[in-house]
Design a protein around this ligand. Sequence first.
Ligand SMILES: [Zn+2]
Length: 350
Amino acid sequence: MTQAPKLPASASTCITPWLVVLACWASLWGAAPALAETAPLSDKPIRLVFAGDTLLDDAPGALIARGADPFAEFAAVFAAADIRIANLECVVATVGSSGDKNFTFRAHPRVLPVLKTHFDAVALANNHSGDFGREAFAQMLGLLRHAGLAQMGGGMNLREAHTPWIVERQGLRIAFLSYNEFMPRSFEADHNAPGVAWSEDEQVVDDIRKARQVHRADLVIPIMHWGWENELVANVRQRQLARLMVEAGADAVIGGHPHVTQDIEHIEGKPVIYSVGNFVMKETDNANQRRGWVLRLDLDKQGVRGFDTLVAQIRMDGVPERDDRAASPCWQRGDQAVGQCVAGQRVQPR
Ligand SMILES: [Zn+2]
């Protein structure tokens, strides 16, 4: 990730004596690319990596059954991050039945150790985690806990589903919430029934406020499952809800579900990444659906310091490969607008 231009720490020491002037100039002149390495530890941002729709039944599930790892191409990206989250777009269970829904996805619990290798947590509020009913969903909650994977947006009841996952890194407390607003709503948790969190506006606002006031979070990041499939631009409802969340105190909003990437905007200075697209997803003859972003957000006390995106080119069997030559969005605090980067380096717009 490129760094916003700023004076290196050594600038303040660049006063006489004479003999060091030359050295100081040299360090100022060529310092920018080395800032990340030389920044003091306390100044180091917390890096969050988010991967979009991840579906581990079908071909990727079969790959795991054979001992392979569909995440391998991005392993180094995840390993270098402080917090790793994916949207788990299937239930992981051995029980339940699929009902008469069009597409239903259930992965075998053998996928969990592989998930755990690369991720700290999964977002569950989506339109497939309930595909095999409440019993299967409840079993998944137990399996995730047993595997040491945190989750957000799901729970054994409504209260739990709306409780944030709080993670603390370098003294900074970050709350993650997750909401679905794509039908069916029947997967929603109830007062005494397991399920997911639904994005009822008033409830979302209340959850975000509580994340700060009750859970003492410094930063709050909702993860959304929203928008229309295959639309490359966010719709009016997404924009309205994003604004509501930012006004309630969200520091960033990260979205998915449309299966394609969407536009990014800043609302009151807070980045809203409307859709990162697919990540592990057997599809499709649709080129846009086979190109997702792995999002990297750098966080500090003030919120998002910067972000970039790595392009995941998804093979026909659903496995993502890195495309480090493709340009994709990036931004640093102080930038006027979202730009384009290739492999973390800013490039001029064409
Ligand atoms: Zn979805």
